[in-house]
Every structure is written in C-alpha cells, then in structure tokens.
Design a protein around this ligand. Structure first.
Ligand code: THU
Length: 135
C-alpha cells in the first residue's frame, strides 16, 4: 500500500470538486484489496442536503463497481490544513471495514494515518444487525 500515491490521487481529484456554494474543495482516493484505486471529489447541489462528500463519492464508485474490500482512503481538503471526514462519511467508511486506514493529508509528504476505530469509536456497524430475523 502506497499512501503517497493515494494522497497524490486525492489531490488530483480535488481539482474536480464541484463547489459553487462553499468553495471548499475536497478530494479522496481509496485502494481496495484488488489493488484498484478509486477517486472522488465533493459535489454540491443547490438543494444543499443533496451534497455528496469526496469520501462517499469514492466509496460509492468502488462499491458500485463491485469492489468493496477497501483497505485505505486518503482525504485532502483545504490546503495547509488537515481535513477530517464528516460523521456521515465515518459511518459509511465503517460500513465497509473496521480495519480501513484513513490518511488525512496536506501534501504527499505531510499526512497522518488513523484507524476508523479511532475516528468512530463504539460504532454501530453491520455486525450489530447480524443474526436478526426480519419480521
Ligand atoms: N466535505 C467533504 O467532501 N468531505 C468531508 O469530510 C467534509 C466536508 C465537503 C462537503 C461540502 O461540499 C463542503 O465540504 C463543505 O462542507
């Protein structure tokens, strides 16, 4: 796993951010077990609630390609700041793996690596719904 490459891809993806309302651009890039990399940017909408974060764009692209064993996801937001995933994105990340690494980056040389367990402790996750019968 090359975190630097993921950060580079996230920075490139940030260029594509569609942010006419906040002008806050975010890029993400994830790698799956298959070795493939998927990128995403935030996409805003005049109906603000329909906005999609960069992390979720990348995750939904991977999952919709049938590639859902995510190993790591890099996130870059405002330059010269560390941008952390919002609560909704943390919940979506844990949906696809409790061992996923989150790389919070400013540049290819400057990043921090977290576990999703650190960013979303005591999470409600798929295991909580197993062995339960639907009525
Ligand atoms: N945003 C992301 O894309 N990822 C995050 O984790 C934080 C927030 C976006 C959503 C919105 O387009 C803009 O940043 C401001 O909230």
């Amino acid at each position: 796993m090359e975190y630097k490459l993921l950060v580079k891809k996230a920075i490139e993806s940030r260029e594509k951010a569609y942010t006419p309302y906040s002008n806050f651009k975010v890029g993400a890039a994830l790698q799956t077990k298959s070795g493939k990399i998927y990128t995403g940017c935030n996409i805003e909408c005049a109906s603000y609630g329909a906005t999609n974060c960069a992390e979720r764009t990348a995750i939904y692209k991977a999952v919709s390609e049938g590639d859902k064993e995510i190993l790591a996801i890099a996130v870059v937001g405002a330059p010269e700041e560390y941008t952390y995933p919002c609560g909704i994105c943390r919940q979506v990340i844990v949906e696809f793996g409790k061992e996923i690494k989150i790389i919070i980056a400013q540049t290819e040389e400057d990043y921090k690596v977290y576990n999703i367990k650190e960013l979303l402790p005591n999470s409600f996750s798929p295991e909580d719904l197993t062995e339960r019968e639907c009525t």
